[in-house]
Design a protein around this ligand. Structure first.
Ligand code: BGC
Length: 592
């Protein structure tokens, strides 16, 4: 569709001229008809007036609908579903039901204010793509790009969590989960990204939050988990343009005001390193830009830092100091492959161009790390002093999605061959990576691999204490801001080949993921015992879901979902029990 008609939506969102039900809301758009040729700025412009239904029809096309499209009452969890699995080959955390083979390690415990729970994200679980006034996001469009998703699936229905949230929350409560961390769909609340607010979305999230509270589960909110409203993407390029900053801040204000009385832990954006590196988006499906590909992620990053920091200050003024606001970093621990100085330099550049890109401005200086600054100053404007002041200190704790670890080294041709050489494939970070130890160290992989659909992920839990200490020493302790400790806001594992298993009971016994959670929790306990201020953790994910480009092929859920069954039933996997046990044994309510 985009190859024939490219809609350059002009963003004249008619909030003043429209009101009422979401389908009455409209935007003024221009359409450039290009026939079969590549779109160009000289193409003729056609003015259109589009309502929400038109936007869906023109930009997305047909959308699948779930079997159940009314709010589903929770089925009580039978006590037989809460019996833990038999132990793995290693000694499990003692469970009470099982005969403990290892005594509790008395030097470990979670501090009484340690918070923990599970996480998910709107686009990956909600479904109800077009229902109750939701507007499309970039991911609704990306799921229509042929072969962009490995199984060519969509998230039109996904887990149908939009209607099954009560069931989901009751299943978390039955296991004693303390926090449910979810994201809001920006284009559900503001179907065009800005302009008219969709009251049905506000009502929905209100009920979701109230249901959490009713079940004794603390709701925690991420404002943005990659699902940019499509209209904003097509209007000005989404995060490529600083135009997104006021739109995001307004969206954040609406959410803080609507839900801030019941939600105290807030995340503005999830993993900007990942979503900024998704630029450039596939050509012909979105508004095209002349910004060189390798510069696009950094334009996005600049908008994110401005949007995050402004939203932080708006949030603080609405919520007051009893609430915390931060954003979620991500990336694996970076281990030098050898002890050469070139590898040490490569590791530093890797930190700079990943975590440091966002963390140095927020936690250390108000501006990019030197190596990043040197690169971006060729094409990005400098932050003003006022902006730097707003960015520095705009976080209440250091949140990191810390799944794994990797080795880093200088390029084979040496660092100098890359730094300053735009044509080098590793430019601009110039850090090379590998999952295997050096040949001298045996050439082994760092730890068991996850599903082949998630090749970036290995179980490397031995490195977690060092990783947590690195974040504390690098960004938390030296920060002049009010940062309270480090939290692991996502960690989890895609069980290898889980998607090809057919027997339910085999799927539920997810041995590698279970050992990942066991060892990860031990690692957090060790880090705490060694003096790192780890304040909380959230496991990813509470349920199988739409895993972005992997569709439903690669799974991260601690609950299995049978996506072939229209009722989408959920079942706890063994890993769920292992995760929970860590808190039963070492939490403040833990046994002796
Ligand atoms: C993302 C999730 C994703 C998970 C597994 C995290 O980085 O925030 O959305 O599903 O990784 O790939």
């Amino acid at each position: 569709m985009y190859s024939q008609v490219l809609f350059a939506l002009m963003g004249a969102v008619a909030s003043q001229t429209t009101s009422g039900t979401p389908t009455n809301q409209s935007i003024t758009a221009s359409a450039a008809y290009n026939g079969s040729t590549t779109p160009s700025p000289t193409s003729p412009i056609l003015q259109l007036n589009l309502n929400l239904e038109d936007v869906w029809d023109l930009l997305i096309g047909p959308v699948a609908v779930a079997n159940t499209t009314t709010t589903y009452s929770p089925t009580p969890v039978p006590s037989s579903s809460l019996i833990p699995p038999p132990p793995l080959y290693y000694s499990p955390f003692p469970t009470g039901q099982q005969v403990p083979l290892t005594p509790k390690n008395e030097s470990w415990s979670f501090p009484s204010d340690f918070w923990w729970g599970v996480a998910g994200a709107a686009f990956q679980i909600e479904g109800a793509a077009k229902d109750e006034g939701r507007g499309p996001s970039v991911w609704d469009a990306l799921t229509r790009v042929t072969n962009h998703i490995v199984d060519n699936s969509t998230a039109d229905v996904a887990d149908n969590n939009y209607y099954m949230y009560k069931e989901d929350i009751s299943r978390l409560a039955a296991q004693g989960v303390k926090i449910y961390s979810f994201s809001l769909s920006w284009s559900r609340i503001l179907p065009f990204g800005r302009g008219p607010v969709n009251q049905q979305a506000i009502d929905h999230y209100n009920d979701l939050i109230n249901t959490c509270i009713e079940y004794g589960v603390e709701p925690s909110v991420t404002l943005y988990h990659w699902d940019t409203p499509l209209v904003l993407q097509d209007t000005y390029g989404g995060w490529l343009s600083e135009d997104i900053v006021p739109d995001f801040v307004e969206y954040a204000r609406i959410a803080f005001e609507a839900f801030g009385d019941r939600v105290s832990k807030w995340y503005t954006v999830n993993e900007p390193i990942v979503f900024c590196n998704q630029y450039p988006l596939p050509a012909q499906y979105f508004k095209n830009f002349t910004i060189p590909n390798k510069q696009q992620p950094f334009h996005c990053g600049q908008s994110v830092l401005l949007a995050h920091s402004q939203a932080y200050h708006v949030g603080k003024s609405i919520l007051g100091d009893h609430s915390s606001i931060t954003y979620k970093n991500n990336g694996g621990y970076k281990i030098p492959l050898t002890n050469s100085s070139a590898d040490a330099q490569a590791v530093q550049r890797a930190w700079d161009f990943n975590e440091g890109w966002f963390s140095d401005p927020v936690y250390l200086t108000g501006d990019y790390p030197e190596s990043v600054k040197e690169y971006v100053s060729g094409f990005l404007r400098d932050f003003t002093d006022e902006e730097k002041q707003q960015i520095l200190g705009s976080s209440d704790f250091y949140a990191h999605d810390a799944y794994t670890a990797q080795f880093y080294m200088a390029p084979d041709s040496g660092l100098d061959s890359c730094i300053g050489n735009v044509t080098h494939p590793l430019y601009p970070s110039c850090a090379n990576t590998t999952y295997t130890y050096s040949a001298e160290d045996g050439g082994w992989v760092i730890g068991p691999a996850a599903d082949p659909g998630s090749p970036w992920l290995h179980k490397a839990t031995d490195w977690v204490p060092a990783f947590l200490k690195y974040m504390q020493d690098t960004w938390v302790t030296p920060s002049p801001g009010p940062v309270k400790g480090v939290a692991v806001t996502e960690f989890g594992f895609a069980e290898p080949f889980e998607g090809s298993k057919t027997l339910l009971q085999d799927i539920l016994y997810d041995a590698v993921r279970t050992s990942y959670y066991h060892d990860y929790m031990e690692a957090i306990l060790m880090a705490i015992a060694e003096g790192t201020d780890v304040v909380g953790c959230l496991a990813w994910s509470f349920v199988d879901n739409f895993e972005w480009q992997q569709g439903y092929a690669s799974r991260f859920g601690m609950q299995y979902v049978n996506f072939s069954d229209p009722a989408l039933p959920r079942y706890y996997k063994a890993s769920f029990f292992e995760y929970i046990n860590a808190f039963k044994i070492y939490g403040s309510e833990g046994g002796d």
